[in-house]
Design a protein around this ligand. Structure first.
Ligand SMILES: NC(=O)c1ccc[n+]([C@@H]2O[C@H](COP(=O)([O-])OP(=O)(O)OC[C@H]3O[C@@H](n4cnc5c(N)ncnc54)[C@H](O)[C@@H]3O)[C@@H](O)[C@H]2O)c1
Length: 304
């Protein structure tokens, strides 16, 4: 008989009034659960890397859709995270800030615990945090490669595994009303960009994990999907534009303009809200029958 690991669940026992040892996650599904969370429409989500960019837009979109939202980012972006939380409170939803590095499992466990303590049971995890780096494959160091995978792949694994254990222990997920795990992939999970090769490989891994998680977690009433943005005007693309521009002698802003013009059928660079629209759908009831998918939201670059 295994006990629920204290690191993840100990403080949630205030919300889930039961600490009895259990034999399998399947048994968690039958746990008693406070009445206010069984039938109400209250929904909570964690969005990682949401102090700015796509994550911020997703957090605000989920709040507009009725979610209470936990804002996560690294400590260096504390101020941005607090500003997003404030914007959410102005929408009339609850929010909390839980700083932590998604590449460190214990920090993700602490983020999930803080979210549940402040907002209540977890319905949706959006593993959005990620990094990019422009470098040729032959110049990559083992450290470059490891950092990319630690944040973009281990980060998703840490978020999904911790959130799934939490949801299973809560016992409130079912095929009719699934818990939702959502991750940031990219169009480079379908076709790599040169000089973004280890980034592309990390996003292929996110796509693979998404399908694998969907297969294993369906029995627990949890769906798992990923969004694959194209070229979105954020700090991440500012960096990519600058670094790719250096390799071709292009001025700042030129590469993103050229890529948008030549690659995007709809003819404009994406904005974070384009991506947030898809994530709002994936987090909402309209997508309850969708699982294991990585969906491009790119204005028509990769057509599946
Ligand atoms: N911008 C694009 O064109 C684009 C395209 C495809 C996919 N994506 C993906 O979308 C996601 C968001 O991208 P963005 O453009 O908003 O990037 P961004 O750099 O603007 O924002 C990413 C946020 O994640 C945070 N973060 C980074 N490492 C973290 C860590 N270890 N723990 C917690 N937070 C961390 C950063 O501090 C930042 O606030 C990323 O996963 C990215 O790979 C972006």
């Amino acid at each position: 008989m295994a006990s629920i690991p204290r690191t993840v669940f100990s403080r949630t026992s205030r919300v889930l009034p039961r600490t009895t040892a259990i034999s399998s996650f399947q048994q968690h599904r039958t746990y008693a659960f406070p009445a206010q969370y069984q039938t109400g429409d209250k929904q909570t989500a964690i969005v990682t890397g949401s102090a700015r960019g796509i994550g911020k837009s997703i957090a605000l979109r989920l709040a507009q859709d009725g979610y209470d939202v936990c804002i996560n980012d690294i400590p260096a972006n504390k101020q941005g995270a607090e500003e997003v939380a404030h914007e959410i409170s102005q929408i009339g939803r609850k929010s909390t800030v839980a700083l932590g590095d998604v590449s460190v499992l214990s920090e993700v466990e602490s983020v999930v615990r803080s979210s549940v303590d402040a907002l209540g049971p977890l319905n949706t995890m959006v593993a959005n945090a990620g990094i990019a780096q422009v470098k040729s494959l032959l110049e990559l160091t083992p450290e470059d490669f490891e950092r990319m995978f630690r944040i973009n792949v281990f980060g998703v694994q840490n978020c999904h595994s911790t959130a799934a254990k939490q949801m299973i222990a809560q016992g409130n997920c079912s095929v009719e009303k699934p818990g939702k795990l959502i991750a940031a992939a990219s169009i480079v999970a379908f076709r790599p960009f040169p000089l973004l090769s280890h980034y592309s490989a990390s996003k292929y891994a996110v796509r693979g994990l998404t399908s694998a998680y969907a297969m294993e977690l369906a029995q627990h009433g949890i769906t798992v999907n990923a969004y694959a943005p194209g070229i979105v005007g954020t700090a991440m693309w500012d960096l990519i534009d600058e670094e790719l521009g250096k390799t071709k002698g292009a001025a700042k802003g030129e590469t993103i303009k050229q890529f948008s013009r030549d690659l995007i059928a709809l003819g404009r660079t994406s904005e974070p809200r384009d991506v947030a629209g898809l994530v709002g759908y994936l987090a909402g009831r309209g997508s309850d029958y969708l699982t294991g998918q990585t969906i491009c939201v790119d204005g028509g670059i990769v057509m599946s």
